[in-house]
Structures are given as C-alpha cells and as structure tokens.
Ligand binder design. Sequence first.
Ligand code: PFF
Length: 455
Amino acid sequence: MADLPSDNRDSFSSKFGVIAAAAGSAVGLGNIWKFPYIAGIYGGAAFLFVYLGFILAIGIPVMLSELIIGRSSQSNAFGAFKVLAPGTPWRYIGILGVSAAFLILSFYGVVAGWSLQYILLSVQDGFSNKSPEEIATLFSTLTESPVRPVVLQLIFMVLTGAIVIVGIKKGIEKYTKILMPLLVIILLFLCVKSVSLEGAKAGLEFLFKPDFSKLTGDGVLSALGHAFFTLSLGMGTLITYGSYVKRDNNLLSTVINVTVADTLIAIMAGVAIFPAVFAFNIAPAQGPGLIFITLPNVFHQMPGGFIFSILFFILLTVAALTSSISILEVVVAYFKEEFKLGRRFATVLATILISILGVLCSLSMGVLSPFTFMGLNIFDLMDWISANLLLPIGGMFIAIFIGWVYGRKKVHKEMSFGGNLSGALLSVFMFLVKFIAPIAIAIVLLNKVGLLKFS
Ligand code: PFF
C-alpha cells in the first residue's frame, strides 16, 4: 500500500548520518568537475571570492530554510508547501524543483558515466605513455561516441535507482559515512602531489590572487548558480532530506558542517587541479573536459599514479552517486506521496524518465550536436537552465517563503528542537531570508536577462 506523507516515513538514524547524507548530496561533480572549470573560465580567485560571498549570504540561509520546510512539513518538495501554505500557489515552487531535478540528473548521469569509463581506463593503465594531446583526444572521442557513454550513463542511473529503491536509512546513510572521508584523503594526497610539481606556483596564484577584470556579469551569475548547485539548493533536495530528519537534530549545526565540508572540498579540488594545469601548460579555461584531461596527465607522471587514478575516478563516481541519489529522491518522494505510488514503482518510473532525457544529453555531444538552442547543445542547455535559472529562482522563493510567509515565530520554534538559535542569530537569519537573499538573487537574474544593467 502506498504510504502517506507522515506515516511510515523512513528517516536518518543519527546526527552524523544526516550530515553524511546532506554532505554526500552537496559534495559531488559540482565540486570536483564543475567548480574548477567554471573558476578557470571566470578568472580563478575573483570567481572564488564572489562564490564564497554567495555561499555565506545566500547559501547558508537557503539551506536552513529548506531543512526547516522539510522537517516541519514531513513531506516532499511539492507536498511541503501544501502542508505549510494550503490552498496557495506556493506548491508550484515544488513543481519547479521537481523539474530541475529532471534536468540536472539527466546531464549529471552523463558525466558520471564518463567517470565510470575513466575507472576502466585507469585499470587498463590507459593514460601511460600518452602525450597531453592523446589524452585530450581520448576524452573527445569518448564524449562524441554514440554508444559507450549512453551505456555507461544508463549503468550509473541503474546504480542510482538501485540505492533509492531500498530507501533512506539502509542505502545512503551507511554508504556516505564511509566513502566521504575516503574522498577527502585521496583529494588531500592529490593536492600535495599537484602543489609539488614544477611550475605549480602559477596555478596557486591563479586560484588565490584575484583579478577582477576577468569577472563578467556572466561570471557573477555563474557564481550564484554554482553556489546553489554545489550546495544542492533551490530544488527541494534538502526539503526532501529535511523531511527525514528527526526533531532532535540541530539544523544549524548540520548546515554549517555541510557548507564547510562542501566549500573545503571544492577549494581542495582547485588546489589539486590548477597547479597541475599550469605545470602542464594546459589552458585553465578549458571547460568541462578539464578534469578528464588534466588529472590523467598528473597521474601518469606521478609515482603510484596508476593506483591513484583508479581510486580517484572510483571516488569521483561515488561522490556523483551520493549526489544523484539525492536528486532522484526528490522525484521519487514526489511521485510516491503525491500520486500514491509505492517506492519501488516510483523509483523505476523516475529513473526511466530521467534516463530518456539523459540519453539525449549524451548524444548531444556527438550525433545530436547540430541541435542547439541559444548556441547551446542539449547537455549544456540542461546545465545552464537548471543551475542559472531554476535553482536561483527556486532558492529566491524558498527564502521569501520562510521570511514572509512562514515567519519568525515558527522558525524560532522549529529551530529550538534539538538546538537553540539565539535572538541575534535569528534576527540575522530572518534579515537574510527576507531581504538579502531575494534581492541579491533578483538583481543577478534581472542583470542577466538585461532588464538591469551594471556592466
Ligand atoms: N550538489 C551536487 C554537486 O555539487 O555535484 C549536485 C546537486 C545535487 C545539485 C542535488 C542539486 C541537487 F539538488
């Protein structure tokens, strides 16, 4: 029988479990694949500073808002607004989130499929004795091929579905608790290795010395979009996960732990990559291929690189998996609770529908590349619409909802379960969600669509 939103709900079993799952969602391809290449395009450090500003002023309050909405409603991203603001159009924010989940997972699965291929290549020692050009060709041949990346993407989607079908406690929680620390250890090693390469200094300067002349309006929009993407915000992932969090959990400390972990891992990925990029004379603005071209170059020149390349791509895939599970869960929880489907059927249905869009994304790198919209192929379009439009818009309304509809009193009550939010902190939080987050997001979006011009 289909379960109702508030009964038979699965939940996380421990505080660490909540942090591991939420950090597992946050830390993913966004940190290791996307952050370094977007920072590369928009001038490194200048981008990093704007991005950190958005994380602090907008990311943290919106993450807290999502968890409050989820835990207090005990419902999926759409149902949550029905519970908290019955009979109002707020529920459509949930629909926006579910749509964003579709778009994001469709291209996310493609990149995770590439990562699977790179595990295979690493095992076959496929990077040794290859020139940087040959390593670059390896990547373009893979992404443009019509079969292999599609198959790998489907394998990844089946893996994602297989975990989601089991539920929250038994799948995600146990898994993330072990694998996330391992990811950090490998990344640390790579950072040390990369920094000790000859010519590494230029890479560190690129990452930490700001040159604001490279930061365009597009760069600011990307920094905002990426702040949402990397923290898994704006589409109800943390509303959904929040609905599985018990009342004794201190939400603020969860948010701080997750944000710090996510930010540190993104910066570490930058430190692992840019010194190597400069040491091997690869252009930092290389785009999405950066990690699949640069790191293999590092691996095949370092002692023990064979083992480390295997471990790195396994962990990249795992980081992707702990995020993709959280994206799929948004859709599954919605199908399950709103259409009264069983978890099993909801998971299979969501996985199939998203995979169909995913196949189109994959093919858009090769045979479907002539089909473009605004100059973007399907893959880039899914990425651009979701990160730059849907997530910020979703985040803006989530902040407005908590600031203006849900209100200070209820926030105070929800936050006093399992913790305490002092009066001053509560005021800062309310100020951020009522004014700063919505206004800043609106300015960046209006600037983007040309209704407001700063530069
Ligand atoms: N935060 C994930 C990453 O950085 O890879 C991606 C992601 C997960 C985005 C969940 C959005 C989301 F709801």
